[in-house]
Design a protein around this ligand. Structure first.
Ligand code: ATP
Ligand code: MG
Length: 436
């Protein structure tokens, strides 16, 4: 009987080798930009107590209401959740380890997040985020610096000009301002109660702001005519937003103020933003973030302001593939081809010597004809093949054969075994210099 075929969990993707080079390149480019602004990495567990997210993200949000992978640990009865986002977990860690004891902290992370959503292009059940949390700084300078950093990040990834996502910005004001707005919103939606869908009906009294985030086309007119939070902002909130904008303008970072922009999590106040691209269809928000000045206190820490964002890695990679896929360096420098039983040991030694020079080397393993090894060498993407057979060994040499037409290595050459590693490394370095 045929065994049942096992497949991965729906909405959770494998990252295969053909793709992983681009991911690694993006990860290291992004990490380098974060480091340029003084951010240091933090890694927190993928599992956290469920209560952390309920308290941190807010009970009446899409994530907590219907997207969390929550389960009881069968071994000890603990209520656990696979993290749907990482801000709450980072704040938990910062409080637990008292990281703010000696002043503000700039932190970054990358890793998988889990949301039980309907899988579609750009929306998965396991996806990845690059994220930033700047803790202990009230802004507006740090808010603006983060936006400038993201702008630099797009450029460093080749997403410049009209390839770059565009910035939408808003202010969610203070709690008191949001409450006054909330009252007006409830009145507005109550007068149009018949148009509201079930989700909106339910949210009317718990979280009417979230109705503005609804994607239901039938509700767009009543959303469009709803009172704007902007009209309820006081002087301090207006001044904060204006100061962020002034710095953006000084740095030539384009933006539009979208007074209808609200975010899907409860913890935001003052500055909120999204970076959106038109090139990925409906799932065009590549990055979202803002200030969350009350979260740390709400989670049990000493009150401290904070500001952060997350970038969806899958959407970023899709955008790179769409408009700016970089030419990645080849994965291998050298493929070692050998024949005759006695050559294996010497070939392996040579491979090690090349690795000692910092080269990336694949040694052919297993029986195969010279012809088939050369074919594999070619397919491997290596810059050159090093050939070692009985003849070569007897004469104390190897044959170095360039495999790529372009670049600095032009002709096949015989080189003394002892020099081979240094010679190849020299030739490839020369090629890299020429190419750059
Ligand atoms: P959306 O409105 O698209 O559901 P969101 O507001 O829920 O996004 P955030 O919680 O702000 O998203 O997460 C930040 C970023 O993470 C998003 O802008 C997006 O790029 C990415 N992201 C969020 N959910 C998913 C998902 N299910 N699959 C892939 N990427 C996601
Ligand atoms: Mg969502």
């Amino acid at each position: 009987m045929a065994k049942e075929k096992l497949t991965g969990v729906k909405g959770m993707n494998d990252l295969l080798p053909d793709q992983s080079g681009l991911w690694e390149w993006a990860e290291s480019s992004v990490a380098e930009v974060f480091r340029q602004y003084g951010y240091r990495a933090i890694r927190t567990p993928i599992l956290e107590p469920t209560a952390l997210f309920v308290r941190g993200i807010g009970e009446v949000t899409d994530i907590v209401e219907k997207e969390m992978y929550t389960f009881t640990d069968a071994l000890n009865g603990e209520q656990l959740t696979l993290r749907p986002e990482n801000t709450a977990a980072v704040v938990r860690s910062v409080i637990e380890h008292n990281l703010l004891y000696d002043g503000p902290k700039r932190l970054w992370y990358v890793g998988p997040m889990f949301r039980h959503e309907r899988p579609q292009r750009g929306r998965y059940r396991q996806f990845h985020q690059f994220g930033i949390e700047a803790l202990g700084m009230p802004g507006p300078d740090i808010d603006a610096e983060q936006l400038i950093m993201i702008h630099r990040l797009w450029q460093s990834l080749g997403l410049d000009g009209d390839r770059a996502p565009r910035l939408e910005l808003n202010s969610l004001g203070t709690l008191a301002e949001r409450q006054a707005h909330r009252k007006a919103l409830i009145e507005h939606f109550q007068t149009h109660a018949s148009i509201l869908d079930a989700d909106a009906q339910r949210r009317l009294l718990t979280n009417p702001l979230r109705i503005l985030d609804s994607k239901n086309p039938a509700m767009q007119p009543v959303i469009q005519s709803a009172p704007l939070l902007t009209d309820f902002l006081g002087d301090a909130s207006r001044t904060h937003l204006a100061a962020v904008i002034k710095i953006l303008e000084q740095h030539g970072v384009g933006y539009t103020v979208n007074s209808r922009l609200v975010r899907g999590l409860d913890y935001y106040n003052l500055t909120v933003f999204e970076w959106i691209t038109d090139r990925l269809g409906a799932q065009g928000t590549v990055c979202g973030g803002g200030r969350y000045d009350s979260l740390i206190e709400q989670m049990g820490g000493a009150s401290a302001p904070a500001c952060g964002f997350a970038i969806g890695v899958e959407r970023l990679i899709a955008l790179l593939q769409e408009v700016a896929a970089p030419e990645l360096p080849s994965v291998l420098d050298v493929y070692v081809v050998h024949w005759g039983e006695a050559s294996v040991g010497a070939a392996m030694q040579l491979a090690e010597q090349c690795r000692g020079q910092g080269l990336r080397v694949q040694m052919h393993c297993g029986e195969a004809s010279l012809k088939s090894q050369m074919k594999k060498a070619d397919q491997s993407g290596a810059e050159c093949a090093v050939l070692m057979g009985e003849d070569e060994r007897a004469q104390g040499v190897v044959t170095v054969k360039p495999l790529r037409a372009e670049g600095g290595m032009v002709q096949q050459d015989r080189v003394p075994i002892g020099d081979a590693a240094a010679v190849i490394s020299g030739l490839l370095k020369c090629k890299i210099k020429k190419g750059s």
